[in-house]
Design a protein around this ligand. Structure first.
Ligand SMILES: Nc1ncnc2c1ncn2[C@@H]1O[C@H](COP(=O)(O)OP(=O)(O)OP(=O)(O)O)[C@@H](O)[C@H]1O
Ligand SMILES: [Mg+2]
Length: 484
């Protein structure tokens, strides 16, 4: 139903005009009003398809009414009725945004034709608005999808790029729109044809492929699939680079661990077999040495197993640390003594410790701190294949105590100095000269020290040596009773 409002103070016209229109137009519901205030109130309440108003009315003139209508309903076409010869007013009305004007006496044919055009315009505008809203809604939906979504048209140009796509790739909508997909996603030339593209969306669509791309020069792995439509293909993807890296890490971990387990197991097995042989007369010293191998290698196995367990409970947040005052100097001294004993057979190795000079206490978990120091000294010795000096230093700072473990070993390439604290991360074994390990030691150190509100980091020069630093917070002076 099309709704029209006619406003005029001439009541005779208000009766005659609707009747004349009803005869000539179908499906138009006409309301009338004889004053401006009432008309504006109705317009505010009802979204008419057109308004016809006299330009000269008592109280408020037509131009003012027009301004109000434009304010209330900017898209409602408004026709003005002008007196004969009032051309200036008519022009002003058109300037003021009137859709058209009709002169008195009203030429009904012209009036009907103009109204019909106005209704048609309004109808089209409403359609456009509805479509715009629908589009906006669709676009909004895409904006909120967690998967990256982009559209590639028939010419291979990117035509849509949602915020998730930006988040996953770092490239914004403006960077990529209208550009060839091969440029936007380097690697597309090879990987693009491998992306599964379904002809119909739906649950029996193809499973996504996991493929590498190189936007902005860095490699990312996308789990990606597409659905074709007449104008192109809609692609949906997730960035699975991290999951893949983790998978790779797991693979490496299994390889490292199997290797790390096999070495001590072989030694234990070999020693035990030798001890069992009847055909061999083993003197006491030899059997002592074989038993020693079994003990140390079993200890090594236990250490590996407990490192894996510890890393696991650190990951899941299950580990609860003790927090109490610890005399660092005494604790470092004990650890250094133990490590000297363990590495007593290493030629040319010295583990130095500074003399005590009233070091303040720190807050820490003593057992875990011991473990951190053991790991760091173990590394310092392990990665000093030619022997050399390992020095432990303790330095009091205003709010913390710094323990430094300095070695003269193989050092760590600059690019690796952050990564070695990662889980399972080991520098290329070629560089570490085949020294074994699980790559968990430093990860555990970092996580433990972090939980003690401390910090651990490294300074190193390849070929010259490394220094690992551990900062631990000072034990706070007791809170004065007045503040408790
Ligand atoms: N003092 C050091 N000098 C040179 N390289 C080091 C040193 N400490 C650590 N690294 C490097 O960092 C890597 C990670 O050390 P981390 O202690 O985490 O593992 P790991 O020693 O290989 O195994 P483990 O879990 O048995 O300690 C080592 O593989 C080694 O390449
Ligand atoms: Mg280690």
């Amino acid at each position: 139903m099309t709704r029209l409002l006619i406003v005029d103070d001439d009541t005779a016209l208000l009766e005659a005009l609707p009747r004349a229109l009803e005869l000539r137009m179908d499906g138009v519901q006409i309301e009338t009003s004889d004053n401006a205030a009432d008309a504006l109130e109705r317009i505010e309440q009802t979204d008419y398809d057109a308004v016809v108003t006299d330009i000269k009315m008592p109280g408020m003139d037509g131009l003012a009414v027009l301004r109000e209508i434009k304010r209330l309903r900017p898209t409602t076409p408004t026709l003005l009725i002008t007196g004969h010869g009032e051309h200036d007013l008519a022009v002003q009305a058109l300037r003021g945004g009137a859709y058209d004007f009709v002169q008195k006496p009203i030429d009904r044919d012209y009036f009907v034709a103009s109204l019909e055009r106005a209704f048609e315009l309004r109808r089209l505008e409403r359609q456009v608005e509805a479509q715009r809203l629908a589009l906006e809604r669709h676009a909004r939906v895409l904006e909120h999808v967690g998967d990256g979504i982009f559209v590639v048209d028939g010419d291979g140009l990117v035509q849509h790029w949602n915020p998730a796509a930006r988040a996953a790739t770092g490239m914004s909508h403006d960077d990529v729109l209208g550009r060839p997909v091969t440029e936007v996603l380097p690697g597309w030339q090879q990987a693009g044809p491998l992306v599964p593209v379904a002809t119909m969306p739906g649950p029996d669509g193809l499973p996504p492929g996991t493929l590498p791309f190189e936007p902005g020069g860095r490699e990312i792995w996308l789990s990606i699939s597409g659905v074709a439509f007449p104008d192109g293909v809609v692609y949906a993807f997730r960035n699975v680079t991290e999951e893949r890296a983790l998978d790779e890490l797991k693979g490496e971990f299994v390889a490292t661990i199997s290797h790390e387990l096999r070495t001590p197991l072989a030694a234990i097995y070999g020693s035990a077999q030798t001890l069992r042989r009847d055909d061999l007369e083993l003197d006491e010293e030899t059997s002592g040495r074989l038993l020693e191998v079994i003990t140390t290698e079993s200890e090594r196995l236990t250490r590996i197993a407990s490192e894996i367990l510890l890393a696991n409970s650190l990951d899941s947040g299950r580990l609860v640390l003790d927090s109490r005052e610890v005399d660092v100097y005494a604790l470092v001294g004990e650890v250094v003594e133990e490590m000297r004993a363990i590495f007593a057979d290493r030629d040319g190795l010295r583990i130095d410790l500074p003399s005590a000079n009233g070091q303040p206490a720190v807050v820490a978990d003593p057992d875990r701190l011991r473990q951190v120091l053991i790991n760091l000294i173990d590394n310092a010795v392990k990665y000093s294949p030619e022997g050399g000096r390992v020095a432990v230093e303790i330095e009091p700072l205003p709010h913390s105590v710094r323990v430094a473990i300095r070695d003269e070993g193989i050092g760590i390439p600059r690019g690796e100095q952050q990564r070695i604290f990662g889980k399972f991360y080991r520098v290329d074994p070629q560089l570490s000269r085949g020294v074994g390990g699980t790559g968990l030691g430093l990860y555990i150190c970092r996580e433990l020290v972090r939980r003690m509100q401390g910090r651990v980091w490294v300074a190193s020069t390849e070929g010259e040596g490394s220094t690992f630093y551990v900062d631990l917070p000072l034990a706070e002076s007791p809170v004065p009773a007045s503040l408790v």
